[in-house]
Design a protein around this ligand. Structure first.
Ligand code: NAD
Length: 268
């Protein structure tokens, strides 16, 4: 079975990489590409925009006009756009692989509600290596957690609009839940001035933005006399794109429900 894939945000950094990843994946074919109506690239050839050469898929400005042309939508856009796309796909049973980060609690609830009627995979990070790090972070927290100060730091390119990254927040959630802590209560987002001594139960976050850094994440467990660090460095967006295409093919065999990359990789 070949999964018919639509990519929205087709002219974005991830959109272009996703179009290239679909073209080289077995078991999937690109059948639609979408951008926001204001884009100057509406009507352009999606393959040419992505840099892989002509593929005869014209970039559309309206998801509703291509709903019958795909099985799974891959959406790496922006929170409001993603919620609109979920609303368009859910009534007709189109499935979604969502990579967009920075969604509010309310937006996440809207996405989760739609998973009662269609299959949705949402992950803060689609790279296989990062998903392995989630597992390692959980393991390290269980072994070292109550004796270590845990800090998470991340670096991304200068264009990233949300902070900390969705992946850093997810790492924080993994660590907090392994230790029975509520991340909303124990998270410390940056420090300045007279902060006082560190409270052992807190989980600190630090953010760096600059240049073209694709995405670096480290979870540090610092205790008396030793320090453990779990680090991941992405060198190309292709790692996220390949994972998202793998998720789309996996999701195509599900009817409904909310999944993430841990499900796709069978890491639970
Ligand atoms: P980008 O700004 O380069 O691309 C976003 C694209 O979405 C733009 O081309 C924009 O025009 C388009 N867009 C916005 N609204 C739209 C709409 N209503 N319909 C169609 N297209 C629309 O950003 P990017 O670097 O590609 O990142 C996009 C998102 O993916 C961000 O939230 C980012 O954090 C996230 N991301 C997630 C992962 C992951 O593995 N989960 C990896 C990288 C980036």
């Amino acid at each position: 079975m070949t999964t018919r894939i639509a990519v929205t945000g087709a002219a974005g950094r991830m959109g272009k990489t996703l179009i290239e990843a679909v073209a080289t994946a077995g078991g999937a074919v690109l059948t639609a590409a979408i951008e926001r109506p204001e884009s100057s690239l509406i009507g352009a050839d999606a393959g040419e925009v992505s840099g892989i050469g002509k593929n005869s898929i014209a970039i559309s400005d309206d998801i509703n006009s291509v709903l019958d042309q795909f099985d799974v939508l891959i959406d790496f856009t922006a929170p409001a756009a993603t919620v609109d796309n979920v609303a368009a796909c859910q009534p007709v049973g189109r499935k979604l692989v969502i990579g967009t980060t920075g969604c509010s609690r309310q937006q996440l609830e809207a996405i989760e509600a739609a998973a009662g009627k269609t299959a949705i995979c949402m992950a803060a990070n689609y790279s296989v290596g990062v998903n392995l790090c989630f597992k390692l972070a959980d393991m390290a927290a269980r072994v070292l957690g109550d004796e270590a100060d845990i800090e998470i730091y991340e670096a991304h390119h200068r264009h990233k609009v949300d902070a900390p990254s969705g992946t850093a927040l997810r790492l924080g959630q993994v660590v907090a839940s392994a230790l029975g802590r509520d991340l909303d209560e124990v998270a410390v987002y940056g420090r300045e001035g007279q902060t006082g001594a560190r409270d052992r139960k807190t989980i600190g976050f630090a953010t760096v933005r600059g240049g073209d850094i694709v995405g670096d994440h480290t979870v540090m467990y610092a205790s008396e006399g030793e320090r453990v660090e779990i680090s991941h460095r992405a060198s190309s967006r292709m790692s996220f794109a390949r994972g998202a295409v793998r998720a789309a093919i996996w999701l195509d065999a599900r009817d409904k429900g909310m999944f993430d990359m841990q499900d796709v990789l069978d890491l639970r």
